[in-house]
Design a protein around this ligand. Structure first.
Ligand code: SF4
Ligand code: SF4
Length: 171
């Protein structure tokens, strides 16, 4: 991670990730998750000070997070509602500083910047990008095969998306 130049959580190219915050952990169809996250605004006092361990909707994985502070901006990129908020409650602040700010998924250690950019350009979204960068070996193989995301055939891309979805949700 020492030479990391790219913020893997927000690499640009229309891609973003909040998988570890629980962005995918809803027992809802993709379109409904998007609407729900888009509806969370930075000044939404109903959600503002929720503790990251709280959840507001039925989870797909009961032991996983579904942080109520994950939101989506007008570019359909994920962000944390309270990341830059200086007025977090003591309890939320403690979790945020102790866990959120110090958590790095394996992608931070095992993916090169080039592999991250490849994934970001290939998916340009929040849903499949987050799944792809957490499939380290699969992404490395794909990158080695194509190098340029524009060279991945459409049908193969669709198959990759289906596989990523099935790997996590198994249906
Ligand atoms: S899963 Fe990794 S890339 Fe995604 S938000 Fe968490 S730390 Fe960032
Ligand atoms: S508070 Fe922010 S960084 Fe922490 S889990 Fe929630 S969305 Fe992620």
């Amino acid at each position: 991670m020492a030479n990391r130049r790219i913020n893997i959580c927000k690499p640009g190219f229309g891609a973003s990730c909040a998988l570890c915050c629980g962005s995918h952990n809803f027992n809802l169809p993709l379109e409904k998750i998007e609407i729900l996250l888009q509806g969370r605004m930075r000044d939404s006092s109903a959600l503002y000070y929720k503790h990251p361990h709280e959840s507001l909707f039925e989870k797909r994985f009961s032991d996983g997070m579904q942080c109520p502070n994950v939101a989506m901006d007008e570019e359909n990129e994920l962000f944390c509602l309270i990341y830059n908020d200086p007025f977090k409650s003591a309890e939320v602040n403690s979790f945020f500083n102790g866990t959120c700010k110090n958590f790095y998924c394996p992608a931070w250690d095992y993916l090169s910047d080039e592999e991250v950019i490849f994934a970001a350009k290939l998916m340009s979204d929040w849903y499949y990008y987050g799944l792809l960068i957490n499939n380290i070996e699969g992404l490395k193989e794909l990158f080695a095969q194509y190098i340029d995301p524009a060279m991945v055939p459409y049908e193969e891309l669709e198959n990759i998306k289906q596989e990523l979805h099935d790997m996590v949700f198994d249906f």
